[in-house]
Design a protein around this ligand. Structure first.
Ligand code: HEC
Length: 185
């Protein structure tokens, strides 16, 4: 019961297959144009917006009580908030703001750099969605965190176009880590 429908939507959107640059089936090829690639990013953004629309703790009984778990979940929420602020611009929901976008990307990079510290202790909580695989394959988990940090550092918010181009690979790193290390439902 701890999963809100917004959470499910978020997961579903993050599982969406992104078009590959080359290869794959013909459908993939037809959408692998810059314009469509951008739509895929927007599609992804919609899922994130669904998540952002969830007002606070929608599953009160599912709130973590273990402080270490609360802290790592708060870190993820902060990453989520900052990703959403970029997604809103990419989606043209709010006007492009180079400075704000660059700051949000910087926060994500900093937060990503704290993932390995906050997840290192194998703390548990009934509300946690962390999978034991995190600690079984610790190096790989950390590599995922590093990929997010690099993708966030690579964000170039000079223009709306460069921002959109960097958004998709960055959001892809959320999905690949969640697919492996976070419960589906
Ligand atoms: C290195 C792996 C990893 C990366 C990269 C990652 N996450 Fe997470 N995320 C997790 C894990 C594990 C959890 C579950 C933590 C828990 O419940 O204890 C989680 C949980 C979350 C949550 C739910 C927090 C809560 O309070 O329930 C949000 C939101 C989230 N991540 C957003 C993001 C976004 C957005 C990105 C990309 C910009 C991202 N994450 C990248 C591993 C990752």
């Amino acid at each position: 019961m701890r999963n809100s429908s917004a959470k499910r939507l978020f997961n579903r959107f993050l599982r969406v297959k992104l078009p590959r640059q080359s290869g794959g089936d013909s459908h993939v090829k037809t959408v692998a144009t810059p314009r469509s690639a951008r739509s895929a990013g927007l599609f992804l953004a919609l899922g994130l917006l669904c998540l952002g629309a969830a007002p606070g703790p929608v599953h009160a009984e599912g709130e973590a009580t273990n402080p270490a778990v609360r802290e790592r979940m708060a870190l993820m929420k902060d990453i989520g908030r900052n990703l959403k602020s970029i997604a809103d611009m990419v989606q043209q929901k709010v006007p492009f703001d180079s400075h704000a976008a660059q700051a949000a990307a910087g926060t994500i990079a900093t937060d990503a750099g704290r993932i390995h510290t906050l997840f290192r202790p194998q703390e548990s909580d009934p509300a946690s969605e962390a999978l034991p695989a995190i600690w079984e394959k610790w190096d790989d988990f950390v590599a995922h965190a590093d990929k997010l940090a690099s993708a966030a550092q690579a964000i170039d918010a000079t223009s709306a176009e460069t921002l959109a181009a960097g958004f998709r690979p960055m959001a892809g790193t959320c999905k690949s880590c969640h697919d492996n290390y976070r419960m589906d439902d």
